[in-house]
Design a protein around this ligand. Structure first.
Ligand SMILES: C[S@@+](CC[C@H](N)C(=O)[O-])C[C@H]1O[C@@H](n2cnc3c(N)ncnc32)[C@H](O)[C@@H]1O
Length: 222
């Protein structure tokens, strides 16, 4: 992999992410943009001045709430597999990947971490390639971002969990104030009122991304 300076990596990563800021189409187009950028993704993100810590942070949290290392985990928006690699390092060995981008998943496949790799864009309708009620946990970060996943995908994802399964998600706190994600927490709360899941944790994290704070949400499927 060609090495680049931290400053170049900061600028390239910011430029790539900024195109999603005001994007409302999401899904298919987003996944295509990631495929086009898949050769650059790790080169840029992993070389940022601040590093790229989300996958390690959410894996630590998952490890603290999932005692069984053989539990079946779905890495949602798995991308190139950084989250899967972080889980594997912590002893988990039954992980599947789900992402809409063929290019990103090809990089994930090369890491040899996942049991199943599923390419499907997560929309608001039922997933066609992922079994319902099959997972002990969803572990995901870098996914609830403008132009990526939003409130409309929460029910679809909850549907892939077994009863008692855990939804473990980390995201930038500031994204909760964006138009794209403003309804995320209200939708999570509605799902709790409807008896779909119940909250286990909602914590603030310092220095989640480039000095910005993050949020961790953990919900247990009922
Ligand atoms: C910032 S990357 C995060 C990848 C990985 N979790 C990480 O932290 O490195 C976002 C990923 O979400 C995927 N994605 C975005 N919207 C999606 C959707 N609606 N359905 C499926 N994948 C989506 C993109 O293809 C991309 O691989």
């Amino acid at each position: 992999m060609t090495t680049i300076s931290h400053l170049e990596a900061d600028a390239e990563s910011e430029k790539f992410l900024s195109q999603f800021t005001n994007m409302h189409y999401g899904g298919q187009k987003t996944s295509e943009l990631y495929s086009d950028w898949s050769d650059e993704y790790e080169k840029n993100f992993l070389n940022m001045t601040s590093g790229y810590e989300h996958p390690e942070r959410i894996a630590d949290i998952a490890a603290s709430v999932l005692p069984d290392k053989t539990c079946r985990i779905l890495d949602v928006c798995a991308g190139t597999g950084l989250g899967g690699a972080a889980l594997k390092k912590r002893g988990f060995d039954n992980i599947d990947a789900l992402d809409g981008s063929a290019g990103m998943l090809e990089k994930a496949r090369q890491k040899g971490i996942y049991i199943c790799i599923v390419q499907e864009v997560i929309g608001t309708g039922p997933l066609t390639k992922v079994e319902k009620g099959a997972y002990d946990a969803i572990v995901t970060s870098g996914s609830f971002v403008p132009g990526h996943l939003g409130p409309g995908q929460l029910r679809v994802l909850a549907g892939t969990l077994k009863p008692n399964g855990l939804f473990c998600m980390a995201m930038r706190e500031a994204y909760l104030e964006t138009d794209y994600l403003r309804d995320l927490q209200p939708e999570m709360e509605r799902m709790q009122q409807e008896g779909i899941w119940k909250i286990e944790r909602c914590d603030r994290m310092d220095n989640y991304h480039n000095g910005l704070s993050g949020r961790v949400f953990i919900y247990r499927r009922l």
